[in-house]
Write a protein that binds this ligand. Structure first.
Ligand SMILES: [Fe+2]
Length: 399
């Protein structure tokens, strides 16, 4: 992570071997102004800009493109709604192929960045995008187009991960391949200044969930946990202030929290709270970070109750319990129950609903979520085996 003014540099060895092939990260206030230089160094001439209307207007991107990317041909893909949809990916792939773009530049939140990643990769694959997203065909993974990601929220960490979500008819699918890792991630906290308190809260809760889930994930390493714990500490210390009285320092800390949590889940992937979130988002439109945060506190208690009979981490139940105790103390709690209460209290203070009924979901909806909440990969990553009965209990506890 480089500061303002330093040249964009590949993140050094202190960021760990697992990340050596990840994007070159340029972090700091004002770094977005170095985009022209960065694109020039990549010999970009023909750019597909994936950027929704709100970010285009609110973050000064329109001016940036108009005044500073003048030498480039820029075609913009906008007009997409929240959460990446297959139809938008297909539209982007067609545009990228037709306009012969050499570089995909995605500026926005998780939706814009995930669309950008999928478009850059799928435009270089043969044939239709749908069969690759549905995994009826494997990716060849030969991306030739450049891929540059610029987050305007502090949440998803998508700028540094090698996977992208695509919703197909409300069902979550994902592409997961090293070719989805961007060439460059430009993380400029100033782009997050225009976020509303509510958007700050839901995206910040995504970063916090990702940090916590990565920490307890069965695939954690000492290095991923180091990043995850920094992310959790930063998010807990700054999220409330980022919503109620944001300062440049607080915004910067949240951008760093999101980046670190993204780097942590790039190694581990996410777990049960994310798995359950996808139907809450895909079927009920609950924003991703909020959807994760609804069950996250309860999974704290559930995972701490792991035993030899239901542990999924090959390092054993004792290992998981020790990590859960570390996590509880990170959250400032002495017990998992206290950690759960603290996280729910935080949601309340952020003005986010903590009950499914407040979001219009009834018992039938909860059953639908159970039926759709079992992404085998994500639940398989959870340290404690989760059954439909367990999940029913957890959803009932937040009904
Ligand atoms: Fe997430």
């Amino acid at each position: 992570v480089t500061g303002t003014g330093a040249p964009p540099a590949r993140t050094g060895p202190r960021f760990g071997r697992a990340l050596a092939a990840g994007p070159r990260v340029c972090f700091g206030a004002g770094t977005v102004l170095r985009l022209p230089e960065l694109l020039a160094s990549r010999r970009a001439r023909n750019v597909l800009l994936v950027c929704g209307e709100a970010a285009y207007e609110a973050c000064g991107i329109r001016r940036l493109v108009g005044e500073r990317l003048g030498g480039l041909r820029v075609e913009r893909l906008g007009g997409f709604s929240a959460n990446p949809k297959l139809a938008d990916v297909e539209r982007g792939v067609e545009l990228a192929r037709r306009e012969r773009t050499d570089t995909v530049l995605a500026i926005g939140g998780g939706t814009a960045m995930d669309l950008g990643k999928s478009i850059a990769v799928l435009a270089d694959e043969q044939g239709d995008a749908a069969s690759l997203v549905e995994r009826s065909r494997p990716l060849t993974g030969r991306r030739r187009r450049g891929l540059v990601l610029v987050p305007t929220t502090a949440g998803t960490g998508s700028e540094v991960t090698r996977f992208a979500v695509v919703y197909v008819d409300g069902m979550k699918r994902s592409l997961d391949h090293p070719c989805l890792a961007a060439d460059d991630a430009v993380v400029d906290p100033e782009l997050t200044f225009s976020m509303s308190p509510r958007l700050t809260a839901v995206t910040g809760m995504d970063a916090l969930s990702q940090g916590i889930e990565s920490y307890w994930c069965i695939r954690s390493t000492a290095e991923s946990r180091r990043r995850a714990s920094r992310a959790v500490r930063l998010a807990l210390a700054n999220l409330e202030a980022a919503c109620s009285r944001p300062t440049p320092r607080v915004r910067r800390e949240m951008s760093l929290a999101a980046l670190l949590a993204g780097q942590a889940i790039d190694v581990t992937r996410t777990t049960a709270a994310h798995a359950v979130s996808y139907p809450l988002t895909g079927c009920y439109g609950i924003p991703h970070g909020h959807a994760c945060a609804l069950t996250l506190p309860r999974f704290f208690v559930f995972n701490a109750g792991v035993s030899a009979a239901d542990v999924q981490d090959p390092r054993g139940a004792g290992f998981v319990r020790a990590r859960m105790a570390e996590l509880a103390s990170l959250v400032g709690a002495a017990t998992p129950q206290a950690a759960c209460a603290r996280l729910e209290a935080l949601l309340g203070r952020l003005g986010l609903e903590t009950r499914l009924s407040e979001l219009g979901l009834n018992g039938e909806d909860r059953e639908r979520v159970i039926a759709l909440g079992f992404n085998p990969d994500r639940v398989g990553n959870n340290p404690r085996r989760l059954t439909p009965q367990h999940l029913r209990g957890i959803l009932d506890s937040v009904r």
